[in-house]
Design a protein around this ligand. Structure first.
Ligand code: HPA
Ligand code: ZN
Length: 315
């Protein structure tokens, strides 16, 4: 099953580039940039990857991202992910990056973007992997900060296909970002947003009605709201689900409780993605394998999940 899954041509639609920073690369970049780390070695860092919720993960994820300083660092990060895509036959990817994580530390927007953009270009030319970059706003920060980030981004508008919304969900509803999303859509960007990971179904409604998103990232809590499920099915709105992430962050107690195959069988357009693979224990193939091992996902179901991802591409 592993070899079969790995060989199928796949798309990935929910992936944070900062979340692909493997401990080995993190330590190498810390050394290259003379950044002191609170962990003595790779093994102790890996041991710290035990989370009880989204916020505990985010605290470590932002701490890890601090080793990313130069254009070359962002290139190396993105290139390492693209090589992984090739190993797993991911032929198309739409990664997120969080500019504010870097600009707030004094790294110029252009440094971040140029490194990522060059790697994605090399990925297209040398690895045959098509891609579209998504600029994601940090929802725990004020709306004004997102507006300023959009202002900066407009100078490089050719580099993105969409805007997204991530970071701490609870207490930061999509409605907080309605104006910046209005502006981004008016500028020609597609909208997507994380919603219904830890937050309630109401946040999914808001993402659809106020932010006018084309996909919901995560969205698994839609299962609590029959009317919402009806709408997702009726409009075939894709959910970019991340099974290993959901178990690591305790959205589900264990993989056997995950609802992705139930949603699939109800007719929801669910897809399988890795979110932050360096932190959650696997890339796309490992996410599919977990569904096979814990939920009995069949080959036919895997093929439908993969077709959903290919259909839900923005570019
Ligand atoms: N949820 C919210 N924000 C994030 C995530 C996530 O799973 N990963 C990286 N930023
Ligand atoms: Zn995510």
């Amino acid at each position: 099953m592993h070899a079969w899954l790995n060989a199928l041509p796949k798309a990935e639609l929910h992936l944070h580039l900062e979340g692909t920073l493997e401990p080995e690369l993190l330590f190498a970049l810390a050394e290259r940039n003379k950044v002191a780390l609170p962990w003595p070695d790779v093994e102790s860092l890996r041991r710290a990857y035990a989370f009880h919720n989204l916020q505990e993960f985010l605290d470590l994820y932002y701490r890890g991202a601090d080793v990313l300083r130069t254009e070359q660092d962002f290139y190396d990060l993105t290139w390492a992910y693209l090589k992984k895509c090739r190993e797993q036959n991911v032929i198309h990817t739409e990664p997120f990056f969080d500019p504010q994580t870097h600009t707030d530390r004094g790294i110029p927007f252009e440094t971040v973007l140029t490194g990522i953009e060059q790697a994605l270009k090399d990925g297209r030319e040398q690895l045959g992997i098509s891609s579209g970059l998504i600029l994601s706003f940090l929802r725990h920060l004020p709306e004004e900060a997102a507006q300023q980030t959009l202002d900066q981004a407009l100078r490089f508008r050719h580099a993105f296909i969409a805007v997204g919304l991530d970071s701490s969900e609870k207490g930061h509803p999509p409605s907080k970002f309605q104006r910046v999303f209005d502006r981004a859509r008016a500028e020609g960007f597609v909208a997507v947003a994380h919603a219904g990971e830890e937050g309630p179904p109401e946040y999914i409604w808001e993402a659809l009605d106020l932010l006018k998103v084309k996909r919901i990232d995560h969205g698994v809590r839609a299962a609590e709201d029959p009317k919402l499920l009806e709408r997702l099915i009726e409009e075939q709105i894709p959910l970019t689900v991340c099974p290993l992430s959901n178990v690591k962050l305790r959205v589900f107690k264990d993989m056997a409780e995950h609802n992705i195959l139930k949603l699939l069988e109800m007719g929801v357009k669910v897809t399988v993605n890795s979110d932050d693979p360096a932190y959650f224990g696997g890339y796309v193939t490992e996410n599919f394998m977990a569904l096979h091992e814990s939920l009995g996902m069949t080959r036919e179901q895997a093929e439908r999940l993969i077709q959903n991802s290919l259909d839900a591409r923005l570019v």
